[in-house]
Design a protein around this ligand. Sequence first.
Ligand SMILES: [Zn+2]
Length: 233
Amino acid sequence: MNLTFSLYRLQTLDTQRQKITKRLAQIEAILNADELVQARMQEKMRVEAELSDKLKQVNQIAADTAEKRLKLELNQVQLFGGKIRNPKDLQDLQAESEALKRVLKKLEDAQFEALMAQEAAQKALTEAETNYQAAIDQKASENSILAGERGTLTDEMSKLNSQREALTQTLPAEIVTQYENLLKIKGGKAVAAIVDDGCEACGVELSPRDIQAVRSANTIIRCKTCGRILYKA
Ligand SMILES: [Zn+2]
């Protein structure tokens, strides 16, 4: 096999490998990122805390109400029980009875409002849970598609690696080293084909003599402008 053709073939394999490596890194990043799921989880936790807060309020009002009712019952027993006859004491009991009834009315209103707020928080939580689950499902389906693509790319990569291994074994070691060094310093492209009488990589025009030399020689001829190994089909 012609030396420059082998190098061109090697470059083609490496270009494909570079593309796969890049895409695999992208896939890995997407698989690891779950901003939406995280955001929806935070929202769910926030609403959960709010609901728990509202429940506490409702319970507190219920406890206060029970306490005031008990006080009122005792007050009524004393007021109407017939044991207390002193008008001043009866007047005090009457005043306490009215005050307790006012407090109970206020508590009743507060209870109504607290229950409404609890209901709203419960509704918000149901919605937050639905959104969170939707984000998880979306992520799972996205992940499964990406995992499939990753599998395909990994298989393709291993085939390319085998082909590369077989190809480099047919080439002199120092040529492979030269190629690989060039690959590093030339942004992943060490071999440039001659397309329309010009270097495919840097675009410089080549003389017919140069082109003929590249075509016939079984040695490496490099582009005078960009330094890449030239190849002519
Ligand atoms: Zn060039």
